[in-house]
Design a protein around this ligand. Structure first.
Ligand SMILES: Cc1cc2nc3c(=O)[nH]c(=O)nc-3n(C[C@H](O)[C@H](O)[C@H](O)COP(=O)(O)O)c2cc1C
Length: 227
């Protein structure tokens, strides 16, 4: 197992681990990897990404690669560093092209994915035209402020462009007991987290389990589908 997920007290990936994973994944370009691609402004979706990484780490023969997308700004001349001060390195187009599978995550924004993730996906026309992602498994995850504030619609909104890319979409089967037992987030369409509105809450045990199930499932599917 090449990557190790470390969390600090509030469950957010440490910068050291992220930088190490960046360096290690560069050194292991030939190893198949599951890309966990996300946008997160206040850390909740990032926490889910870390748990999905844990699930991927359960599978043998495939690694997790956590990558973020940068925020969007009206000032398009601003150049952002390749590795941000906090959180995962920003994803390159090549990292998306070469993944064996994809877990994609965003906070809910008015029942939809956040603009930075949509902006990133809107720049992938060249991958669409070459069919670079066709036949690879993918799943989606989200964090919301309210329990009924659009978890399912956001997950489905992220799936729509992935269908255009020809990806094989995968959710959470009810054979995962946490899906029936959860009293917060977790949907058959993909993992979700109910963060709350005032003081954001950490992931519950069930939410973590569902994230890990998606990671493991995608990793195993990626290995089966890989030609
Ligand atoms: C502009 C905006 C729109 C939002 N829309 C919704 C929404 O439709 N439903 C909801 O439950 N939460 C909504 N939220 C709350 C976020 O989805 C929630 O705080 C999420 O956990 C943040 O994730 P992050 O920590 O990864 O950034 C919205 C937040 C912002 C700033």
């Amino acid at each position: 197992m090449l990557l190790r997920v470390e969390e600090d007290a509030v469950g957010i990936l440490t910068r050291n681990w992220l930088l190490r994973s960046h360096a290690m994944s560069t050194a292991n370009e030939q190893s198949p990897y599951l890309l966990v691609l996300y946008y997160s402004r206040s850390g909740q979706t990032a926490e889910m990404a870390a748990q999905i990484g844990r699930g991927i780490a359960r599978a043998r023969g495939i690694e997790a690669k956590l990558r973020a997308v940068p925020p969007v700004s009206a000032d398009t001349s601003t150049r952002l560093p390749e590795v941000p001060d906090q959180g995962a390195p920003y994803c390159t187009k090549e990292e998306l092209r070469d993944c064996a599978g994809l877990a994609i995550g965003s906070p809910t924004r008015f029942g939809n994915m956040a603009a930075p993730l949509k902006h990133f996906l809107d720049g992938t026309g060249d991958l669409w035209i070459t069919g670079a992602l066709a036949g690879k498994p993918a799943g989606a995850f989200t964090s919301t402020g309210s329990l009924h504030g659009g978890q399912e619609s956001t997950i489905l909104s992220m799936m729509v462009p992935l269908f255009h890319h020809g990806m094989v979409l995968c959710g959470i089967p009810y054979s995962e007991p946490a899906l029936s037992e959860t009293t917060s987030g977790g949907t058959p369409y993909g993992p979700s987290h109910w963060a709350g509105t005032n003081t954001p809450q950490s992931l519950t045990h069930h939410e973590k389990t569902i994230c890990q199930t998606l990671g493991q499932r995608l990793a195993e599917l990626a290995l089966k589908l890989k030609t």
